[in-house]
Ligand binder design. Structure first.
Ligand code: DGY
Length: 320
């Protein structure tokens, strides 16, 4: 019988899918495996269900052994995987697109509202038992209606964020490697702009591109300087797309208006400067963190493994 290693606890329904085709070993420690632990754990595996913190590269494949057929990442992002090195060794790589789109878009919008309506600050005020009373100038935020949302990467999640923004009365601009389909542009009334123009003109800039060598530090000092002094940066994609030190400095210096961050450059660490600022809403990488979504992600990863191990096509393969 085939052997599948799952590098971190997943919902039982996903394990059940795997058990139909393989003997399953779940690593149930309460932290990511170290690189050495990971390599030791996957020895002899035909399939691996991996997490976004697992580094999957040539050494990983060597450690697993020549029988390894598939690595299923329980994430839509796959920057933790050296895809050419792994697929080049005959191993299928899969991810979990689609099932987390709405949950991630909801969180992006929730964090955005948290900054613009000062919800974190308001909660901290009440929890610290600071005296307050209603008056017309008390804790004023900013409205989103009529403002422009600039989306970097109008893929599935970017589009889902844009739909929410439209419901809030926002205008949509976007940039990215390629133009969206005409129907998408028409539905969202989205205007394609070169990146520098989008950065200069948007009131909110929301990042939805994958982390690659060309998007690492896409938002750096120069990009932050190009933005409006009131601009808000939303990042629910991958931390290293933003130069976190440069962002903290821009926020501290009042060069931009705020930030809504679910992901960080060196997770689980967060730049201490960001933690001090009231105009920053932060969450610990919770984009897909609903019970329904995480279950769907794990089940999709399991179905990908089961498909490959039974000689069928994977449902959501990663190709480069
Ligand atoms: C992903 O899927 O890439 C998210 O970051 C975690 O859900």
């Amino acid at each position: 019988m085939s052997k599948v290693v799952v590098t971190r606890t997943v919902p039982e329904s996903a394990v059940a899918v795997l058990r139909e085709v393989a003997e399953v070993q779940v690593c149930d420690q309460d932290r990511p495996l170290t690189a050495d632990e990971l390599r030791a754990a996957v020895g002899g595996a035909d399939g691996v269900v991996a997490m976004l913190h697992d580094r999957i590269d040539a050494e990983f494949v060597e450690a697993a052994g020549p029988q390894l057929e598939v690595v299923a990442n329980v994430a839509v992002g796959f920057d933790n995987i050296d895809v050419p090195a792994v697929t080049g060794r005959g191993v299928t790589v899969t991810n979990t697109p689609g099932v987390l789109t709405d949950a991630t878009a909801d969180l992006a919008f929730g964090l955005l509202l948290s900054v613009t309506r000062r919800l974190g600050e308001a909660e901290r005020l009440l929890r610290s038992r600071t005296p307050w009373n209603f008056h017309l100038g008390f804790m004023l935020g900013t409205g989103l209606q009529g403002k422009t949302l600039g989306i970097v990467g109008l893929g599935g999640i970017g589009q889902a964020v844009a739909r929410r923004a439209r419901a809030f009365g926002m205008h949509i601009t976007y940039t990215g490697r390629r133009r969206a389909a005409q129907e998408v542009e028409a539905e969202l009334e989205a205007r394609y702009l070169p990146q520098d123009e989008l950065l200069r003109t948007a009131d909110v800039i929301s990042l939805h591109c994958p982390l690659t060598e060309s998007t690492r530090h896409l938002i750096d000092d120069a990009a932050l300087d190009a933005m409006k002094s009131t601009a808000i940066v939303v990042n629910t994609s991958r931390g290293p797309i933003v130069d976190e030190k440069a962002l903290a400095a821009a926020l501290e210096g009042g060069r931009i208006g705020g930030a809504a961050l679910d992901v960080f450059e060196n997770e689980p660490d967060v730049d201490p400067g960001l933690l001090e600022l009231d105009n920053v809403a932060i969450a610990p990488h919770l984009g897909s963190a609903t019970t329904e979504t995480r279950t769907a992600m794990a089940e999709l990863a399991a179905r990908n493994v089961a498909a490959v191990l039974t000689g069928q096509q994977p449902l959501t393969p990663v190709t480069t």
